[in-house]
Design a protein around this ligand. Structure first.
Ligand code: HEM
Ligand SMILES: *[C@@H]1O[C@H](CO)[C@@H](O)[C@H](O)[C@H]1NC(C)=O
Ligand SMILES: *[C@@H]1O[C@H](CO)[C@@H](O)[C@H](O)[C@H]1NC(C)=O
Length: 509
């Protein structure tokens, strides 16, 4: 009996190790395999601590394609920008995005995704977040930005008084709240006299929402990795409920100006038979996707402009010219600027500064589940076998954004990096003599590419445009260094700074 028990224990042990992936060996034709020392977990601790330095270390050791074990999954990283096309265009029968995304939103938002979600979002975004659909959104965003930026500064007595704020807190606050109001609508009013009360309510409610959102924002990286301690996890669950109630379908029905983007998604999910409580949770998923990155991006953009006077000057001149050409003039006590989409399409210098900011500060991790055994073909003709059940990933920040061959002097902010001498958009970038098609990827690529990217760019530009038109602003300490990056957020979109910086602003006119 004892003997049998021993055999049984041994079999269980081997079975366990097998399940933990301990016996996996690199097969001929597969990428280099690096399992790490810890069973099952593999390299996940180092990966989580600093994704960038980990991937750079692996690339040094194995070259641009390698397979690593991360918390029970084998991830093959393809870090050769010339070979991205093959991945981005791989058929959905082989590389699947939805499975991974559905897993993440279940863990992070308690939201059960349905098959149709991806299509619903694509259709609604194509209609309302790009092209002509953007005209309505631009109007809404402008009106909300002005409500938030100007309500406390209009007094003549204040004109030459500097107001001091922390830059990250200020930018994130204003852009988050204006974006939220533009997508989820305003408090209704029925007369001129109730208008000011309604505006005040919009300001107060969006402030409360932002306050809670920032708590969630702090918990997010560990929540996404599934390593929040129980107390914090309860806090995250409480917040999810708070947001679902705040943004509920019933509450939205009482608001004005709710965007067609939100409206259409709600309708389509209702028609697909989704329970209302689940649609409410999805409303929070969309708040997260739409408001988590734009605010931090606007911070980096303003900071880079303040640290680079020649860039600030060039953008300011461009903007002043556009305002003048629109026949408007911004004066004290005069009408507010009507900043239209047409005006926003005449700013190539600002466009380049935005793109450069995203290159330096946006670092998504693009992940696909491998549904069938497959081969990836590299640009240089090499091929690699990839196993079903594994994952394929790209981290464009290290593979392209800071590759010195593609972007010389990659850690410097050069506002005109994406500008040709004739002021058209520069799209020619090279590596080893080959043209690089994916020369930045802040929005991801292929099926999962950000459907809000046109609106997001528009928001950033509107915010900076209005800041420059209405205010003069400067760093409190002109010699302020650019803060470091909070490494915990690699892979989640726009990076956040590891500390805030003080700035001050006052009305220009
Ligand atoms: C600077 C701002 C933004 C950045 C850097 C950004 C970046 C991204 C990235 C990288 C993805 C793809 C994630 C992946 O492949 O796993 C994504 C997805 C998404 N983004 Fe954005 N985004 C921004 C702003 C916005 C805005 C303003 C909206 C909406 C108004 C939006 C809506 C979405 C949605 C709905 C998805 C999920 C798409 C899907 O599941 O197919 N994003 N975003
Ligand atoms: C709806 O948006 C427009 C601007 O797009 C604004 O003028 C109007 O006041 C908004 N309605 C409410 C109730 O805020
Ligand atoms: C701003 O200009 C656009 C286009 O010329 C116009 O449709 C819109 O009504 C104007 N908005 C305001 C608030 O004046």
């Amino acid at each position: 009996r004892v003997f049998l028990l021993r055999i049984f224990t041994l079999v269980a042990l081997i079975g366990g190790l097998y399940a933990l992936g301990e016996f996996r060996r690199r097969r001929p034709g597969e990428p280099p395999l690096d399992k790490g020392l810890v069973p099952w977990l593999g390299h996940v601790l180092e990966f989580r601590r600093n994704t960038l330095t980990f991937l750079e270390r692996m690339k040094q050791k194995h070259g641009p394609v390698f397979t690593v074990q991360l918390a029970g999954f084998y991830f093959t990283f393809v870090q050769d920008p010339l070979s991205f096309g093959a991945l981005v265009k791989a058929s959905r029968e082989k590389l699947d995005f939805n499975k991974f995304a559905a897993h993440l939103v279940r863990r992070v938002f308690n939201y059960e995704a349905i098959e149709a979600d991806h299509n619903i979002l694509q259709i609604s975004s194509n209609k309302h977040l790009k092209g002509n659909g953007l005209e309505v959104m631009t109007q809404a965003m402008m009106s909300n930005l002005q409500n938030l930026m100007l309500y406390n500064v209009g007094l003549p007595a204040d004109k030459k008084t500097w107001m001091e704020e922390a830059l990250f807190a200020y930018c994130y606050n204003v852009v988050f709240r204006a974006g939220y109001l533009s997508l989820y609508g305003n408090e209704p009013f029925d007369s001129k006299s109730s208008e000011e009360t309604a505006r005040e309510k919009d300001r107060a409610e969006s402030e409360a929402l932002f306050y809670e959102f920032r708590k969630y924002d702090q918990l997010f990286p560990n929540l996404a990795y599934g390593v929040l301690p129980p107390g914090k996890k309860r806090e995250a669950d409480r917040l999810t409920d708070y947001f679902s109630n705040f943004l509920s379908v019933q509450k939205m029905k009482t608001r004005d100006n709710i965007s067609r983007w939100i409206w259409d998604v709600q309708q389509a999910q209702e028609e697909a038979g989704m329970k209302e409580s689940m649609i409410n949770r999805h409303m929070f998923v969309l708040l997260w996707a739409s408001q988590g990155n734009t605010g931090p991006s606007s911070f980096w953009l303003l900071l880079f402009l303040m640290k680079h006077p020649e860039a600030l000057k060039a953008v300011k001149e461009e903007i002043d010219k556009v305002v003048k050409e629109s026949g408007q003039e911004v004066q004290q006590g005069g009408p507010l600027l009507n900043l239209t989409r047409e005006m926003l399409m005449k700013t190539p210098i600002l466009d380049s500064a935005v793109e450069e900011t995203l290159r330096l500060t946006v670092a998504p991790l693009l992940t696909r589940a491998v549904l069938q055994d497959m081969t990836i073909k590299m640009a240089d003709g090499r091929q690699y076998f990839i196993r079903q059940g594994d994952r394929v990933a790209v981290f464009p920040y290290s593979a392209v954004h800071i590759d010195p061959e593609i972007h010389p002097d990659p850690h410097s902010f050069k506002y005109d990096r994406f500008l040709n001498p004739d002021r058209t958009k520069k799209t020619d970038f090279y590596k080893a003599g080959n043209k690089v098609k994916y020369y930045t990827m802040p929005w991801g690529a292929g099926v999962s590419m950000c459907p809000g990217r046109f609106f997001a760019t528009n928001e950033l530009k509107q915010f900076v445009f209005l800041m420059l038109v209405y205010f003069e602003f400067e760093l409190k300490n002109p010699d302020e260094n650019i803060p470091g990056i909070d490494f915990r957020r690699w892979g989640f979109g726009t990076m956040q700074p590891d500390r805030d910086v003080q700035f001050r602003y006052r009305l220009r006119h």
